[in-house]
Write a protein that binds this ligand. Structure first.
Ligand SMILES: [Mn+2]
Length: 393
C-alpha cells in the first residue's frame, strides 16, 4: 500500500491526482492545510506501519516529526518527501528527502512537477501529453510563471479547482487524464470560468480601497484583510503600490497571514520564517501567533487605508517632467518635477532642497513618508493656478 499526504491547494492535489493515476486503489491520499500535516504524520508514525510506503508532497514537517521520520526510515520504513519550497531544503540531508526549487533549465519546480518526474523515472507512471500538459499548468500556476507567459489556462485551472470540491475536481481530472490524449476545458467550464474571472476582478477592486500601509521591522508592508484570491490579490496590489516592500494578506477566519512581493530584493520567506512559517521568496505564509497578530492586526487596524492614485488623468500623470502632483492626508501638496537630470520636490508651492535621481525614487519617498496619492486633473489645475497667483503677487 501507498499513502500520500499532500497540501490542500492545486499543487498539492495535483500530486494526489498523479498518485492515483500511478497506484490506483493502492494509494490512500489525504490533503492537509499547512498547519494540519504534522498531526497526520504523527498519527501515521504511531501506527508503526512498515508495509505502507509514505509520500509527503508540497509540505514539510516540524522538527519533532523530522526526527521521527528519520527514525522510521532507519528502522526500515518506506518514505519519500518531495517538495519545492526553499524553506524545506534541509530535508535534502536525508536519503528520503527530495527538495528542488529550480530545475536544470532555470525554471521553478512545483511539487506536482517533481512528483511527476519521480513517478515516470521509477516506471510507476507512463507519460502522455494530457498528463504532461496538466502538470505544466499546475507548475505554471503554482510558481506564478503563467503571468509572465500569459498562460491564462493555468490560472483557469486553479479557478476551477476552487469552484468545485476537492473530491469532484480529483475525479473529474482523473477521468480527463485517463480518457483524453490532450488536456482541455469543456464549453461549460469555459463559461463559468469567465464569470469567475469577472467576480475576482470586482473583489480585487474592492480590496484596493482597503489596503493599509504599516511599517514593520524596516519593511513597508501593505496590510489587507481577505479570505479569497490571495495570490491574485497580492500580485495586483503589489503592482499597484510598488513603493511597498510586500503585501500581507490577513485571513482572520483561518488565523493565517500570507506574504506576497513583486520585488526581487525582498524575500518574504524570511519574513514568514521569523514567525515560524515558510514558503518561497515571493510568496509565503504563517499562522497568526501573538506577535503576528499584534504587529499586523492590532497596530494597523485603526489606521486609514491608502488612497488610490487618480487613474483617468490627462494632465496630472506620473513622470510628467512639468510635474506630477500628490496630496497627503495632512492636505499638503507635493509636486515632483524634473530639473535637468534630477527630480525635485516642491511642497505646497515652496521649493524644497530634496531631489531624486529618478521619478520612481521620488514617488517612493512621497508614498512611504506621507502616504500621498496622485490627485485628479481638476485639483492639479487649481494648484497650478494658485501657484501662478502667488507668483504674480
Ligand atoms: Mn506547491
Amino acid at each position: 500500500m501507498y499513502k500520500l499526504l499532500s497540501h490542500n491547494d492545486l499543487d498539492g492535489v495535483g500530486c494526489g491526482i498523479l498518485a492515483k493515476l500511478a497506484f490506483g486503489k493502492e494509494v490512500n491520499v489525504r490533503y492537509n492545510s499547512v498547519g494540519g500535516l504534522d498531526k497526520e504524520v504523527s498519527w501515521f508514525l504511531d501506527q508503526k506501519d512498515m508495509d505502507t510506503f509514505l509520500f509527503i508532497t508540497d509540505l514539510s514537517v516540524h522538527e519533532e516529526n523530522e526526527k521521527r521520520l528519520a527514525k522510521f526510515y532507519q528502522d526500515g520504513g518506506n518514505l519519500q518527501l518531495i517538495d519545492h519550497h526553499k524553506t524545506a531544503l534541509h530535508f535534502n540531508d536525508y536519503e528520503w528527502g527530495h527538495v528542488v526549487v529550480e530545475n536544470e533549465n532555470g525554471n521553478l519546480n512545483s511539487a506536482t512537477s517533481l512528483l511527476y518526474e519521480y513517478l515516470v523515472q521509477y516506471d510507476f507512471l507512463t507519460s502522455k501529453p494530457a498528463i504532461e500538459q496538466f502538470v505544466e499548468l499546475v507548475r505554471q500556476y503554482d510558481t506564478w510563471e503563467w503571468e509572465k507567459n500569459e498562460n491564462y489556462e493555468a490560472h483557469r485551472l486553479n479557478s476551477l479547482f476552487y469552484l468545485v470540491s476537492i473530491d469532484e475536481f480529483e475525479e473529474n481530472m482523473l477521468r480527463r487524464l485517463q480518457e483524453n490524449e490532450h488536456f482541455h476545458f469543456n464549453e461549460f467550464e469555459k463559461k463559468i470560468l469567465e464569470m469567475e474571472d469577472n467576480k475576482m476582478e470586482r473583489y480585487i477592486q474592492r480590496k484596493r480601497r482597503e489596503l493599509i500601509q504599516h511599517k514593520i521591522d524596516n519593511f513597508y508592508a501593505g496590510v489587507v484583510y481577505a479570505e479569497m484570491y490571495h495570490s491574485e490579490l497580492g500580485n495586483e496590489l503589489g503592482k499597484d503600490y510598488p513603493h511597498l516592500d510586500y503585501i500581507a494578506i490577513v485571513n482572520m477566519g483561518g488565523r493565517r497571514i500570507g506574504f506576497r512581493t513583486i520585488h526581487d530584493n525582498v524575500d518574504v520567506s524570511e519574513i514568514a520564517s521569523k514567525y515560524g512559517g515558510g514558503g518561497h521568496a515571493k510568496a509565503s505564509g504563517c499562522t497568526m501567533i501573538d506577535e503576528v497578530y499584534k504587529q499586523f492586526v492590532e497596530e494597523s487596524f485603526l489606521l486609514e487605508p491608502l488612497r488610490e492614485d487618480a487613474r483617468r488623468n490627462r494632465y496630472n500623470i506620473k513622470a510628467n517632467p512639468f510635474g506630477s502632483l500628490y496630496r497627503s492626508k495632512e492636505d499638503k501638496y507635493y509636486l515632483l518635477c524634473k530639473e535637468e537630470s534630477s527630480w525635485v520636490l516642491e511642497v505646497s508651492h515652496s521649493k524644497s532642497t530634496i531631489s531624486f535621481s529618478s521619478f520612481e525614487d521620488g514617488e517612493k519617498y512621497l508614498k512611504r513618508n506621507y502616504q500621498t496619492w496622485l490627485v485628479r486633473d481638476e485639483e492639479f489645475v487649481q494648484y497650478l493656478m494658485e501657484g501662478y497667483k502667488l507668483l504674480k503677487d
